[in-house]
Design a protein around this ligand. Sequence first.
Ligand SMILES: Nc1ncnc2c1ncn2[C@@H]1O[C@H](COP(=O)(O)OP(=O)(O)O)[C@@H](O)[C@H]1O
Ligand SMILES: [Mg+2]
Length: 364
Amino acid sequence: MTYLKITDLQKHYDSYHALRGINLSITEGEFVVFVGPSGCGKSTLLRTIAGLESSNGGTIELDGRDITELASSKRDLAMVFQSYALYPHMTVADNLSFALRLAKIPDAEIQEKVRSVSASLQLDPLLERKPKELSGGQRQRVAIGRAIVRQPKVFLFDEPLSNLDAALRVQMRLELARLHKKLGTTMVYVTHDQVEAMTLADRVVILNAGQIEQVGTPLELYRKPNSRFVAEFIGTPKMNLIPADKITHKEDEFIFDLFGHTIHFPANRIKGEQPDSVIVGIRPEHLSLVAENGDLTGRIELVEHLGSEAYAHIQLQNDQTIIVKAGARTELKDGQEVHINVDVQEIILFNNKDQVISVIPEEA
Ligand SMILES: Nc1ncnc2c1ncn2[C@@H]1O[C@H](COP(=O)(O)OP(=O)(O)O)[C@@H](O)[C@H]1O
Ligand SMILES: [Mg+2]
């Protein structure tokens, strides 16, 4: 059942149209992540939901109530920012209990809530410290704890891990996933990091220039992007995009030419009219290096060894570089000529307007 419902939400900053008609329904208990490039409107959308920004059209409903015009403090939401925004002169314990004291909650109840949150976030040894005596990760844990004690209907996170170093970010990401499992509270989380989005989200909302580009589970977005924007945004390394020309049609096959090699694509996987030219999208793991007779040939530019796998950057005839996932122990030499096979089943075709025109087959 819909819990948080956003309908045709608009936001203008003077002449800048920052949110261009956002429609989104979030279910109770869901972990939804807003992701997109810098400036696409993620924070604006989150802050508008929180009531920290006013909207210029549309509605926000929470748990059956229209909260569009409601003051931020009355919305039953708790927000955690990238900057921890702790009270510097208060101890961790006082930071945790502040909102509850303000709300005149009885002392015994406050103590019980703080104790429970402190235990679940491993803050017990830090309760008497001031924020300046904490590491970045510990500060962010306190900021999250401060949101939890209020038992909000929805948690709103705006890039909460961006200030942490890479290792801590991965650790905190896991802690957040565990916390969500344990609390079961609805969470809306903003990040520019698609790996964070993929690993945390039940559903990912991809934003582009103030509009929703696509909504789906991480795997739906990875396997079935609607547009080139989504296809390129999700997945590291990125999907390879290769222009293909000299196309011929047959009744049941759509045949295109990749630098002299013909690729036969089932015609029933093309949506609508068959186009005159396409861009072939193929992920690095759906290309493989073969000894001879590949679908493509190219020259090794460089190989990135990640330990468990390697990525070969290969220059094609048109000087374009594509990335092929290779085995961990691959011994490719720079400049070496290689042959590449394309897993046609996994190809995604785009038209010249960057829209996907092929249907991705269901996995067997
Ligand atoms: N207070 C503001 N006044 C004017 N423009 C703003 C304001 N806040 C954000 N913007 C603009 O709105 C767009 C979206 O900003 P924001 O939501 O912060 O992006 P994101 O969080 O996705 O990086 C940006 O182009 C930004 O410059
Ligand atoms: Mg932002």
